[in-house]
Design a protein around this ligand. Structure first.
Ligand SMILES: Nc1nc2c(ncn2[C@@H]2O[C@H](COP(=O)(O)OP(=O)(O)OP(=O)(O)O)[C@@H](O)[C@H]2O)c(=O)[nH]1
Length: 236
């Protein structure tokens, strides 16, 4: 379990960014990882990922960020990558009402292909392009907050990859949301007596000697899927 690790060890979290084509997913990832912004960013084909090390509340994390293609024609190319995710950013652009309406489909698509339960998974709603002039805004923060509440999503933030506003904060918020759910899962396991204390000997029936064994690593703690690794970029 992540918070039982020694503080010096980094926890790998797979973060998937979803949302309609053009809402700014690639720009969000590139601003966060490389502190760059591209006015002429091209559509993503399939998926791309980048790693970034961050520290949240004294704990080190390697975020493996998966930027997916939002265009419908790439659906079959992106959905196989949802499994094993730890966090999902549902992204819309505040000047594009249709992209907000699409969040329902993105939420459903993720739940289906990642095979996770809605109320037990850290979703973050991200409203991108917060730098646009107020007259071009098509979605109010209040409206999104109530939509998120309806879908039991407690984290919502508006960002701008162009100005950097709230970009780091969005990923920190995501990690905190993950921590919260992880702690709840841990408490539940304790309550059900599912935790094995590996520091103590385990006496099995018909066994006169006690023995210990330790679990393997390199798997996703939430879904037990294999972890993937990519190149690292720590320019923040
Ligand atoms: N004003 C403004 N424009 C942005 C921002 N983020 C992205 N854009 C612009 O929006 C366009 C699309 O950005 P992308 O990051 O490629 O969008 P995407 O969601 O990755 O698109 P797909 O790869 O097709 O799914 C580009 O022209 C960006 O320059 C932002 O924060 N503010």
């Amino acid at each position: 379990m992540a918070n039982m690790r020694p503080p010096s060890k980094s926890t790998l979290l797979k973060v998937v960014i979803l949302g309609d084509g053009g809402v700014g997913k690639s720009c969000l990832m590139n601003r966060f990882v490389s502190n760059r912004f591209d006015e002429n960013s091209f559509h993503t084909i399939g998926v791309e990922f980048m790693n970034k090390d961050i520290e949240v509340d004294g704990q080190k994390y390697t975020l493996q960020i998966w930027d997916t293609a939002g265009q419908e024609r790439f659906r079959a190319l992106r959905t196989p990558f949802y499994r094993g995710s730890d966090i999902c950013l549902l992204t819309y652009a505040i000047n594009d009402r249709d992209s907000f309406k699409s969040l329902i489909q993105w939420h459903e698509e993720f739940l289906k292909y990642a095979d996770v339960k809605s109320d037990q998974f850290p979703f973050i709603v991200v409203g991108s392009k917060n730098d646009i002039e107020p007259q071009y805004r098509q979605v109010s923060a209040e409206e999104v907050s109530s939509w998120a509440q309806e879908y039991h999503i407690s984290s919502f933030i508006e960002t701008s990859a162009k100005t950097s506003l709230n970009v780091n904060e969005a990923f920190v918020l995501a990690v905190r949301q993950w921590q919260k759910l992880e702690k709840a899962t841990e408490r539940e396991m304790r309550a059900h007596g599912d935790t094995i204390d590996l520091t103590r000997g385990v006496r099995l029936p018909n066994q006169s000697r006690s023995c210990c064994s330790s679990g393997g690593s390199g798997v996703n703690s939430r879904t037990n899927s294999p972890a993937h690794y990519g190149h690292s970029n720590d320019m923040m």
